[in-house]
Structure formats: C-alpha cells, structure tokens
Design a protein around this ligand. Structure first.
Ligand code: ADP
Ligand code: MG
Length: 608
C-alpha cells in the first residue's frame, strides 16, 4: 500500500535543459491565441479591410470556413515592397510608439493577425496599393512565402485562406459543424455591418448569398436588411446623448415584446469595435428588468463612443474584450439610456387580423439568412405567438392611443412612462380576463397578471418606505423546514423580516411564524414561505433575491385566474392598474393586457 502510494508521488528528475523553441513551433503557439476557429480569421481580415478604408467588403466561406475563408476589399491595398513585412509578426502600419496604444483608433494594432493566420493555413494574397500601377500576388504556406509575382488588379486587397489548421490537426477536432461555424461568421459580419453602415458588406456561404448590407450610412437600413422590416419596426432609437465624461451612447433597443431565447442578438460596439462585455450585457438586462418573460433576452444594437484613453482595448489577444476606466459610470449610463427609451415606449400588444397582413406569419428572414441559427423573429411568446386566437396574431401597432389622445411610437427622451387610458369595465370572460373598453378599442386584461403588477409596485413602495403593513398571527404558526430550507432561511432572514415575515427559531428545523405581510392574511403562509425560499435559492440569475421575493409575494397575494370577480372588484382592479408605473407587463414580463383596436374591429366587420 505504502509502496503503491510512493509510486504515485512524482519525484523530480534531472531538470530538462532550457531551449529556445524552433520558430515554427513558437509561431503555432502564438497563432493559437489569435486564431481559434474560422470566425477568428474572418474577424481579423474584416478588421484589416475596415482599417484600410474599404467601403465594399465581400466575405466568402465554404464548408464552415474549413475549406475557404476569403475577404476582398477595395481599401488602400499593400505596397509591393511591404507585402513580406505584412506577414511578419509584430509588423503593423497602425502603431509606432507604446503611447499610441492608449489612443488607438484603428481596429488592428498588434501586427500579428496575418502572421498568425498564415502560420496555420495555406494563404493567397492579392493586393494593389491605390498609389501603384501593378499589384502583387503572393502564396504562403505554414508561414513560408512560396512564391510572389506582379499581378494586375484594381486597388484593394483579397486574402484567401484555404485549409485552415491543416498543420495543427488538434485544432480541427475542436471545430463544430459547418453550419455552426458559418453561423459564427454570419453573426460577425452582421455585427460589423451594423457598426459600419457606410460599408457595403456581402457574405457568401457555400456559393450562396447569405447576407448583404446596403451601405447607405443608415444603421436602420442595415437592421432592415439583416433582420427584416418586422423586427426593424420593433426597434426603438435611443436619443443621442453625451455625458460629462464624453461618453456617447447611441443605437437601437427592441420593444419588450421582441425577445429571444439567448443573448446572441445583443450587439455592443465600443468606439466601433465589436465587443463582448459583461458590464454592458448586465446593464441592458437590468434595464429590461421585469419587462421580459423569465429567461428571455432583449434585442439591442448599442454603440458607445468614449475618449480612447478611457477604454483599454489591449486586454485580450483577439481584442474581443475591453476594460473601461470608469466602469460604474458606463454601467449606469447604459442602463439608464436603455430603460428610459423602453419605458417611454410601453406598447400594449394588439390583436391584428392575419387577413389584413397577408403572409405576416412567414419569417421575413426565412431566405438567405435562415442558416443563421436563433434568427427567427419571436413574437410575444416563446411558444410562437399567443395561442388560441385562431386566425389572429398579436402585433404591436405603430400607433397606440395614449392618455391625452396623442399617440407615440418612438420614445422621446424624458417622456412620461406611458400610462393606461381610462377604461370602462364591460365584464369578465372565463373567470380569467376582464373585458374593458377604452379610447383605443377593446382591452382584454389578464386579471392575475394585472393584479401581480399592482401588488408588486405597492409592495415595493411599502418596503422602500418601510411602511409595509404586517399582520400579527393570533396563533403563531409552527412550520417544519427541510434542512436545506432552514439554511437558506438563516441566510435570508433580514430580507424576510423587511418583507414583514417575523420568524422565530423553534427547535431544530422548525420555526414559528409570528406575523406576515398583511396581504398574506388568510393565504397559505407555508406555501408562500417555501416559495420565497425557493426564490432565494434561484436568486441572482435574473433578479436579485430581494426582487425575487417581491415578485413571489406579489404572485401569492394576487387574485388567481378562475376566480369570479364582482363588477366593483373589476373596476377596482382596472383603476389600480391605471395607476401603476408599468401597466403593460406583470413583474415576470408577461403582458397584462392586449388590445383589439377600433380600426381592427372595423376591418373585421367590413366597415371599412
Ligand atoms: P494589424 O492589423 O494589427 O496592423 P495585421 O497582421 O492584421 O496587423 O496586418 C499587418 C499590416 O498589413 C497592417 O498593419 C496593414 O498595414 C497591412 N494590411 C493587412 N491587411 C490589409 C488590407 N486588407 N488592406 C491594406 N493593408 C492591409
Ligand atoms: Mg489586423
């Protein structure tokens, strides 16, 4: 036994001599950092084309980029006597001194992309400087220049990368399926098309046009080209703003009914560099808090411009991440800008006849883009549109009546949160929906969702002002908890107390409930508490635990579906909903009401 153990403990042998790595090994190691998969190649070549001032960029991939990645541009080109240099590691025309690194305005600056790409592929470069008569054609393999010759072409550069990773087979094993790798490239090209609306991008996948941007200079046109008119109509324009640190935020944010199963359609640009950034993602998620269904994500295209010295772009080999000098301020500014725009919009989903919008169920992007996974436009519900409406589907109308008789589609900065107009209750349907009439038409209100919104805002206000009404129980209620719940309780006692739950320890894993929030009177306290503890366990992912607790409590104290309401109760419910800040969604993000517009009714009955 002891011998067996001793064999496991490795004894240091004689030291291996230290040697310099052969250049080709060093090059492969360095390339591994920058070139992880086909999209990395596409990204570096695309950035070079943009840095070269091109306004037309064509990207072609075959077999997910494994067989071919080609990027052609009409930029400034490379002078004949600099072609070799362009492939040398740390050779760049974009940076001269270390100081310049802190004010870099080009996408590239590390001077290692071409060197890295050609270390792991067969590469053909065709280029002509705008200032020269003839161009150059060069062929390289595994970083070695095999041949070069003069070459006739128009000014610009085309880089053709074939058989990526042919000499690093281990990398090939990590590649995903061709459509997945091609999908990454499509997302990359879409991102840059959004960031550079003056550039015309064309992406060809396996010989077929996959996407094209018009190059009109208008980001909105790019959104239409990439995602279809349907989605573009649901994107709100952020008002231009600049804070005192010189941070400018612009872009587009989706209305809450436009949501996705993942974060793939949250695009961020910092000084026109496409970045993945947790701070920005989190700021946007916070901005949409309680407006989207659980687990769904908004669609946003956000561009931040700030003085170059306030952002470090040299923190990641592929330059995909940045570091902000004033991270907190950036977070707050983004969260505020997005939230204000989305809240000012506050649209009510409306019921529109399919007949009047022929083909509206077809995906507007089902064509060339369909290989891009996760691209289908989503309507209000993850399950593909609210069911049970037969031939009707929900849509946001362009014009929504708001209080005061005016209408608005795009948020203006500082606009009041859109309130509900005065509604007249007509009746109840299926013991679940309240039917009401208002200036816009017929409103169907989900009684539970609406009451949840009311309860949530009331509870939140009461907690914030520490004036939550509590109810002492005449007979304190003993509750037995699972050990896991008991541990959670310990941890979250303070929040529970703030919510009006006075709990005393009462033997191992048992507690005594002394008082509860007044609204829980007569409700199943044990179930509510156990759900609160579940919320505590889940907490942190989407909402903070305090937020979760408020949502759980409001859900528990809200009127249920299937409960008959008297006329007075319904009127009361609608009055209270009118008074909330965000009347259109419940705290989980589901809609509280839908609108069948006057115009729609008239169309349905053939009155116009
Ligand atoms: P970096 O972009 O960081 O400078 P690269 O290895 O990507 O490094 O490119 C090296 C140099 O080659 C660039 O600095 C640029 O001068 C030149 N170059 C590369 N691609 C192009 C292109 N498409 N058009 C013009 N010049 C290019
Ligand atoms: Mg580069």
């Amino acid at each position: 036994m002891v011998q067996w153990l001793a064999a496991l403990i490795r004894r240091p042998g004689p030291p291996m001599p230290i040697r310099m790595l052969p250049p080709d090994v060093a090059a492969k190691i360095a390339a591994g950092e920058v070139i992880e998969r086909p999209v990395s190649v596409a990204k570096e070549l695309l950035e070079n084309a943009i840095d070269a001032g091109a306004d037309e960029i064509r990207i072609e991939v075959a077999q997910g980029g494994r067989r071919l990645i080609q990027v052609g541009d009409n930029g400034c080109g490379i002078a004949a006597d600099e072609v070799e240099l362009a492939f040398a590691r740390h050779a760049t025309s974009k940076l001269r001194t270390a100081e310049e690194l802190y004010a870099v305005r080009t996408l590239g600056f590390r001077g290692e992309a071409l060197a890295s790409i050609c270390a792991v592929s067969r590469l053909i470069l065709s280029t002509r400087a705008a200032t020269e008569e003839t161009g150059t054609l060069a062929r390289l393999e595994a970083g070695v220049l095999l041949e070069r010759e003069p070459h006739a072409r128009s000014p610009g550069t085309t880089v053709q990368v074939e058989n990526l990773f042919f000499n690093t087979p281990a990398r090939v094993k990590f590649l995903r399926s061709d459509p997945t790798e091609a999908g990454h490239v499509a997302r990359l090209v879409s991102s840059y098309a959004l960031a550079y609306p003056t550039v015309r991008f064309v992406l060809v996948n396996n010989g077929r046009l996959a996407l094209r941007s018009p190059g009109t200079g208008l980001a909105h046109d790019v959104i239409v080209a990439l995602f279809g008119l349907d989605v573009a109509e649901k994107m709100l324009t952020l008002p231009e703003s600049e804070n005192r640190d010189g941070l400018r935020i612009s872009g587009f944010v989706g209305v809450p009914s436009l949501h996705r199963a993942n974060r793939q359609e949250m695009f961020f640009f910092v000084n026109r560099r496409w970045v993945q950034d947790n701070t920005l993602t989190f700021a946007v998620s916070e901005a949409y808090r309680t407006l989207l269904p659980n687990g769904r994500h908004p669609m946003v295209v956000l561009s931040l411009e700030l003085p170059p010295e306030d952002v470090d772009v040299n923190v990641h080999p592929t330059k995909r991440e940045v570091r902000f000098r004033r991270e907190r301020e950036v977070f707050v500014a983004v969260q505020r800008a997005v939230r204000t725009t989305v809240m000012a919009h506050g649209a009510i989903p409306t019921i529109e006849a399919l007949a009047s919008t022929p083909g509206s169920l077809e995906s507007p992007t089902a064509g060339p883009l369909s290989f891009w996974r996760g691209h289908e436009p989503t309507h209000a519900w993850p399950s593909g549109g609210p069911p049970r409406l037969g031939a009707l589907e929900w849509q946001r109308t362009a014009e929504l009546p708001v209080q005061g008789g005016t209408s608005q589609t795009v948020a203006s900065p500082g606009a009041q949160f859109q309130r509900l107009p005065m509604l007249r209750v007509v009746g109840q349907v299926g013991q679940t929906y309240v039917v009401a009439e208002g200036p816009g038409g017929l409103y169907l209100i989900d009684q539970h969702a609406a009451h949840e919104r009311i309860r949530y805002e009331n509870l939140k206000r009461q907690v914030q002002c520490s004036e939550l009404a509590t109810q002492e129980l005449l007979d304190p209620l003993p509750l037995e908890l699972a050990p896991r719940q008991a541990a959670l309780l310990d941890e979250h006692l303070a929040t529970l107390t703030a919510l009006g739950m006075v709990l005393l320890p009462f033997g191992p894993n048992t507690i005594l409930v002394k008082s509860v929030p007044a609204d829980l009177r007569g409700q199943d306290v044990a179930a509510a508490l156990s759900e609160l503890l579940d919320a505590a366990e889940r907490g942190g992912a989407e909402f903070s635990w305090e937020e979760q607790a408020l949502i759980t409590l409001s859900c528990h104290t809200a009127v249920r579906a299937g409960q008959t309401l008297s006329a007075d109760e319904m009127r009361d419910l609608v009055r209270q909903l009118e008074a909330t800040e965000l009347p259109h969604t419940c705290p989980h993000g589901r809609p509280t009401l839908v609108l069948l517009s006057q115009a729609q009714l008239e169309r349905e009955f053939g009155r116009r």
